[in-house]
Design a protein around this ligand. Structure first.
Ligand code: PGA
Length: 261
């Protein structure tokens, strides 16, 4: 096994897919096809809220796996119709939450400011937040990709405690690569991941930055996972479409295991 300072994290974002009827069958197939859990490698599942508890129970026996929510509110309770709080997510048996996924930013008006509040509320309840950052195609073509991504990062994750930085993960997801079948070139992704790590070193410290997993997301599939996951600063994948199929997700996890042997 490698002695990488941070875990490899392979995460499934089911978005608005699957119901309670799908959970058992999914995990039976996943358990059949997935590699045995290994030290330093995590498999995360982000299902829709109504089946978060069922997914948390389904993965409870797998040493490498945990469940998380796709979003949360910044208050723990109150008059916020339709919202779900970090406390509710933790009580459902989940330990992670996505913050600022681009679909939340673009369709539901989430801003760096609301993301910062959500991230702090998640940390306050003991959850591990995964902050999603990424540029649009227009921003990339205008040469602004790095500036956009680094400001999304610094606007949200500054001034956390050392213990909080140790619970943080980042997902770099170029918006033009999400659900489009277009993936960033592994070298381009590696370059952005290295820039993110450099920024984290300044915001937190080099030592803390070395421990924060930075995942890539956007059309990751069994066929392109190995190339992406083999790069020095790509510490995992946030997988949408391909995670809906347990065999494909298990294959991406296996590609991750192969890079750590
Ligand atoms: P995709 O989604 O793998 O379907 O591109 C990734 C994501 O949005 O997290």
């Amino acid at each position: 096994m490698s002695d990488a300072p941070r875990p490899l994290v392979i995460a499934a974002n089911w978005k608005m897919h699957k119901t309670a009827d799908d959970v058992d069958g999914y995990f039976e197939a996943f358990d059949r096809e997935a590699p045995e859990p290994a030290e330093g490698i995590r498999a995360l599942f982000f299902p829709p809220h109504p089946i978060l508890g069922a997914v948390a129970r389904a993965v409870a026996n797998r040493a490498d796996a945990a469940a998380g929510a796709q979003s949360c509110h910044w208050e723990q309770e109150g008059a916020w119709t339709g919202e779900v709080s970090p406390r509710m997510i933790a009580a459902a048996g989940a330990s992670w939450v996505l913050v600022g996924h681009s679909e939340r930013r673009h369709h539901f008006g989430e801003t760096d400011e609301t993301c910062a509040r959500k991230l702090r509320a998640a940390l306050a309840e003991g959850l591990s937040p995964m902050l999603c950052v990424g540029e649009t195609l227009d921003e990339r073509e205008a040469g602004k990709a790095r500036a956009v991504v680094l400001s999304q990062l610094s606007n949200v994750v500054d001034e956390l405690s050392r213990a909080e930085y140790r619970r943080l993960a980042i997902a770099y997801e170029p918006v033009w690569a999400i659900g489009t079948g277009r993936t960033a070139e592994p070298e381009d992704a590696q370059e952005m991941h290295a820039a993110i790590r450099g920024a984290l070193a300044q915001i937190a410290s080099p030592e803390l930055a070395a421990g924060i997993p930075v995942l890539y997301g956007g059309s990751v599939k069994p066929g392109n996972a190995a190339d992406l996951l083999g790069r020095a600063d790509i510490d995992g994948a946030l997988v949408g479409g391909a995670s809906l199929d347990p065999g494909d997700f298990a294959a991406i996890l296996a590609a991750g295991h192969a890079t750590r042997r």
